[in-house]
Design a protein around this ligand. Sequence first.
Ligand code: PLP
Length: 454
Amino acid sequence: MPDQIKYLLDEDQIPLTWYNFAADLPGLAPALHPGTGRPLSPGDLTAIMPDELAKQELTTEREIEIPGPVREIYAQWRPSPLFRARRLERALDTPARIYYKYEGGSPAGSHKPNTAIAQAYYNKEAGITRLATETGAGQWGSALSLAGALFGLDVKVFMVNVSYHQKPYRRVLMETYGATCTPSPSRETRAGREILAADPECSGSLGIATSEAIEVAMDDPTTNYAGGSVLNHVLLHQSVIGQEAIAQFGMAEDWPDIVVGCAGGGSNLGGLSFPFLGEHLRDGRTTRVIGAEPAACPTMTRGRLAYDFGDTAQLTPLLKMHTLGHGFIPPSLHAGGLRYHGMAPLVSAAVEQGLIEPVAVPQTDCFAAGLRFARAEGIVPAPESTHAIQVAVAEALRCREEGVSRSILFGLSGHGHFDLSAYEAYLGGTLANDPCDEDGMTAALAALPDVVGT
Ligand SMILES: *Cc1c(COP(=O)(O)O)cnc(C)c1O
């Protein structure tokens, strides 16, 4: 067998439809209107997103057609390759069969363009001229900037203040694509000014940046909001990852016993695992799915499953999700894309129903696994992705101990070329495991909104 096997699909095997997990997952709690407390209708969302995306957010239809122009752009890097990591298997001396689905080949270097392209397309069709959004480490901001460039839309990005300073090249990338990037909290919005009045040194959070972006979208009829994770339609668009992976496992004549993804807001984890879980729910073809999150921002493992806001200023609908509280400001760990107080409602419900096992992993263990992976497979993983690698490696080592061969698939959600300063810190021995902010978490959980009947 060759050292590394690559399962490639043809361009015409890019899925024709997105797969909507809400069609198969029983008991999904509805999102609620923040004012009335009643289940959301599409009309409640159209102030900040086009009709088509508002519909996708709330539908339980199983398959949604992918528009031709979106598939055409996908074809620049999709179908993405599935690799069998033979060299990693050998380095770990494991009988496990390790596979990874690599999303770093997109122009922005992560899975995020899968939804950015779709959202830009529907907004362009609806006559919108500008998109506003938040970004943490900068991957979502760069993905949306890329999509804006391709569809001729202006893009305004509120970037979490710590990341804005930690990752200057991400900002340059966004500006290269023509977007405008502002550190958040900023003085440009009421939400930002309020936060700065209370704490002028505020390091920012995705929750705050989201409030700023939504405020801008609500105040300007030609500007819409675009979300990079958490929302149902985002996870829907990411389902191309898992659908392709199923076809590639067919080529490999294998099926994953275990699927692992890292989880910030849950979009790459959902995108990779939901098509497998759909087979599980419809046909009983079981797969164990593990969601890996940072120990410093332990949303699924230590958060509460409750209705909460997606942002600090309480502008979003109430979502039933695992949450650390919308006021929680996570420590500034390098895996910035995983610093979010909440989790996608679809992922949260799957965790609640035992379909996804959550695990929290410390940052230095993740970097150790990331280096091992880079040295065996050649790809330098994004810090976020190393959380999935860490869990996949641990499972492969367990196979060795138990003397069994399991098939393990993990999502390699992006490359780490813009994160070399984090690698530098790790290699130099200065990367710390930020403790979880226990007091901050307790306070934020105490401030969860009261929602009748939950
Ligand atoms: C944004 C990001 C994540 C985390 O976001 P999810 O919505 O949980 O997928 C993970 N990996 C990479 C490379 C990212 O850019």
